[in-house]
Design a binder for this molecule. Structure first.
Ligand code: HPA
Ligand code: ZN
Length: 349
């Protein structure tokens, strides 16, 4: 076990910013900033139901997940060409680099685009080209995870998966997102089994707004390797024990939970409780353009609001590597860099 020395409270934010970390829960369509939405709308001749950037931003007052999703899908309507998908991903990857994110596994929602007549090839090729360039030009390792929209049918998900199969070398796994309540994981049992048979990684959103039962079925029916969000697990002691025993990663998104009113305030977030219970918790941005911040905003604001310490900072960053789908060699390299950052901060004290 790596010994983490105490860090003076005023230096903790800088440590959080500088430490290398992985992001495991980012919807790339949720990284579209209002300025880029309007630039792409103009480039593509798409008419938006908002007069300008300020009017769009003013609409970002969410009360729950669905109130956000309605605006999020409207924003994605400006994406038409391969270069649009590239530009969106590249803008995020540059932000990731600035936040010392060394590895990212980005969700994308093909159905949001194919339903508007955008070909699967356009979506995947644009995003994948940005991933390749991120490694070469930014030194950021970037992978893609294809998400199914759970408010649509499993037949639609199966068709989407078949359409994506010719590009299987360009994504590493499948996930499940969109409106959670009323759409339990088991609705997608067959398409997840098929994805597993194709050697893909499996993850699913569960326990964001939905009950612990959805986390059980994500684990035991879909056989996911990670759970996205999962903050509702605290209401089920047996589930907490299971998650701790298996070290199932939870990709927690504090600013998202605050903006979508999952907790009344950031200071009420249960991330400390999840960490104390020995779970493999990670911090992520979810939809940074909509929820008020990228990775370092999530880290700094969460630590300030909930009083987490340097030991927990180390746990969160090392959990992000442990929970990633990177190679053991990559994980060891990032862990080494993480220890060096902590060493530097302890020597300066
Ligand atoms: N939850 C569910 N679906 C989503 C989210 C989320 O936080 N962000 C984008 N799609
Ligand atoms: Zn999400």
């Amino acid at each position: 076990m790596f010994k983490v020395h105490a860090v003076a409270p005023h230096r903790l934010p800088q440590l959080l910013r500088e430490m290398p970390k992985a992001e495991l829960h980012i919807h790339i369509e949720g990284s579209l900033e209002p300025e880029l939405i309007f630039a792409l709308a103009q480039r593509n001749g798409v008419k938006l139901p908002y007069a300008n950037v300020e009017a769009l931003r003013a609409a970002y007052a969410f009360t729950n997940l669905q109130s956000f999703l309605d605006i999020y899908y409207a924003g994605a309507s400006v994406l038409l060409h391969e270069q649009d998908f590239y530009d969106m991903a590249w803008a995020y990857l540059e932000r990731a680099k600035a936040d010392h994110v060394v590895h990212t596994e980005m969700f994308f929602d093909p159905q949001t685009h194919t339903e508007r007549g955008v070909p699967m090839a356009t979506v995947i090729n644009g995003l994948h080209r940005a991933c390749v360039d991120a490694q070469a030009q930014l030194g950021v390792s970037a992978q893609l995870i294809l998400c199914f929209l759970r408010h649509l049918s499993e037949e639609a998900a199966l068709q989407t998966f078949k359409d994506a199969l010719p590009f299987k070398d360009k994504f590493i796994g499948v996930g499940l997102d969109s409106s959670e309540v009323g759409h339990p994981p088991e609705k997608f049992k067959n398409v997840f089994a098929l994805a597993h048979a194709h050697g893909l990684h499996l993850v699913a959103h569960a326990g964001e707004e939905g009950p612990p039962a959805y986390m059980w079925s994500a684990l035991d029916v879909l056989h996911v390797e990670r759970i996205d969000h999962g903050v509702q697990a605290v209401h089920d002691a047996a589930l907490m024990a299971r998650l701790a025993k298996d070290r199932t990663p939870l990709t927690v998104c504090p600013l998202s939970n605050q903006k979508l009113c999952v907790f009344p305030d950031l200071k009420n977030h249960n991330i400390g409780q999840l960490l104390d219970a020995g779970l493999c918790v990670t911090i992520n941005s979810d939809d940074p353009a909509y929820f008020g911040g990228y990775m370092n905003d999530n880290f700094v604001q969460t630590f300030e609001a909930t009083g987490l310490n340097a030991q927990q900072a180390y746990a969160l960053a090392s959990n992000s590597f442990e929970g990633s789908f990177a190679t053991e060699q990559q994980k060891n390299q990032w862990l080494h860099a993480l220890k060096q950052t902590f060493q530097k901060f302890s020597e300066q004290d």
